[in-house]
Write a protein that binds this ligand. Structure first.
Ligand SMILES: Cc1ncc(COP(=O)(O)O)c(C=O)c1O
Length: 442
């Protein structure tokens, strides 16, 4: 097996080269790009906050996989939870008329953890499916309430909600659209941090036609954008005033990433619908879902016929078992508070090393998700020309130094596992500072 060959110290480069060329001949990747992939890495092993590639080189997993591996790699407890459930009941339908004990236990636990008005849950296999579900929940809710014209979805520029067709249409990063247009009709976007922009959009579209507003508490993929403290309280008030459901996409922020169990807790706001995925199984099993308010749950219960939304893998018993164990570990190891503490430490370490760099425009974050934005002019925040490829070059330099994460444009994003040791957080800051000094000498 390839992993064994690596362990025995075979010629890694040859093995890697062979594997990458077979990969290019046989796989299509998310964000497929053969040029990027030719210089790609093949991950063979993970331990805590560290990943090992086929060359046997170790990297810090600066983005916890894709923001999801909050408990770190190699957690035997999660493997045990999956194995035990697979041995007992590897799959069962979750369609009406069927259930399984782990799904019931998980929904009950989420009822305790999420917002007080949210006590009923539908499970999916990931984040985009959770957002599709939220959109369909909102539309069906208004139809059941006798307001069938309320179908439109307003979301935010720079928001990311996944790449299935409706989630892609809600996503406010325009690069995701052109290859797949036309987008789903009835979707529009507003400026990310202006509550007034939402109200204007609702009035422009007509409140009787708007079903929902969809937003991440802290924008993640779009570059870790933290709202001002009055933003979400005003959003809640505007949505209430116009009978618009507020759906919080907590696919990244759910389960502790921002230093609270759920992101909107920072501002004492509760949504009508909450979407989650990623951290709920620490990435060990594809899983997600939505929670809905008691009012929405009641309307579904009282509907005249069945609700025709369904996935084969809804409430997958193995996913539910891994999720339950993940939530238990987050609790036992006090990882929500740890994410808050480590996030503060990471931001502080980044500021101490990069705070006065002439090309650092901003260092920002909430909990253990943060970003360093590189700009041409620190005073005016003018960006570099895209051809300069500053972000990708800093990323490449950081990778060579043993830090693997992602950039969006010239913004370097960081969201390491909650279990990352303090000294590794310091090391992340050292590496990023060295990469910045190399690519952008002061
Ligand atoms: C906020 C947010 N919503 C939705 C998604 C889509 O999740 P998935 O890739 O599991 O479909 C992501 C993925 O990064 C995300 O960050």
């Amino acid at each position: 097996m390839f992993e064994e060959a690596c362990m025995r110290g075979y010629n890694h480069c040859a093995v890697l080269h062979d594997l990458l060329s077979r990969d290019l001949a046989s796989l299509i990747h998310p964000q497929h790009d053969p040029a990027v992939h030719r210089a790609g890495r093949v991950w063979v092993r993970g331990n805590g906050a560290m990943l090992t590639d086929a060359d046997g080189k170790e990297y810090i997993d600066g983005l916890a996989g894709l923001w999801n591996v909050v408990l770190g790699h190699g957690r035997r407890e999660l493997a045990d939870a999956a194995r035990e459930q697979m041995e007992t009941l590897g799959y069962a339908s979750g369609y009406a008329g069927s259930s399984n004990p782990r799904a019931v236990e998980l929904a009950e636990r989420l009822g305790q953890l999420t917002y007080p008005n949210i006590n009923r849950f539908f499970f999916t296999s990931g984040g985009a499916e959770a957002n599709e579900t939220a959109i369909k929940v909102a539309r069906s809710y208004w139809k059941l309430r006798g307001r069938p014209a309320k179908t439109k979805v307003i979301s935010r520029e720079l928001g990311y909600h996944g790449t299935t067709l409706a989630a892609m249409s809600a996503t406010g990063i325009a690069g995701y659209w052109p290859q797949f247009e036309p987008r789903v009709p009835g979707f529009s976007h507003v400026a990310p941090l202006s509550a007034d922009a939402l109200e204007q959009a609702i009035l422009r579209e007509g409140p009787d036609t708007v079903a929902m507003f969809l937003a991440e508490p802290v924008i993640g993929v779009g570059g870790v954008i933290v709202p001002p403290d009055d933003y979400f309280p005003r959003i809640r008030e505007i949505c209430d005033r116009h009978d618009v459901l507020f759906a919080a996409d907590e696919v990244i922020t759910g389960f502790g990433r921002t230093g609270k169990w759920f992101g909107l807790e920072h501002w004492n706001v509760a949504p009508d619908i909450v979407q989650f995925a990623k951290a709920i199984t620490s990435g060990y099993f594809p899983f997600g879902g939505v929670g809905v308010s008691d009012a929405i749950a009641r309307s579904l219960d009282e509907a005249p016929g069945p609700w025709m939304h369904a996935y084969t893998y809804s409430a997958h018993p193995v996913g539910c078992a891994v999720a339950l164990r993940t939530l238990q570990i987050i609790d036992e190891e006090n990882l929500v508070a740890e994410a808050a503490r480590k996030g503060a430490l990471l931001i502080e370490a980044l500021r101490s090393r990069l705070g006065d760099h002439p090309h650092v425009g901003e260092i920002r974050g909430k909990g253990l998700m943060c970003a360093v934005e590189f700009v041409k002019d620190r005073a005016t925040k003018a960006p570099f020309a895209p051809e300069e490829q500053v972000g990708p070059r800093i990323h490449a330099d950081a990778v060579a130094r043993g830090l693997f994460s992602r950039v969006r444009g010239d913004t370097f994003v960081l969201a390491p596992p909650f279990v990352t040791p303090d000294k590794v957080l310091e090391r992340i800051s050292d590496i990023l500072a060295a990469a910045a000094r190399t690519v952008l000498p002061a």
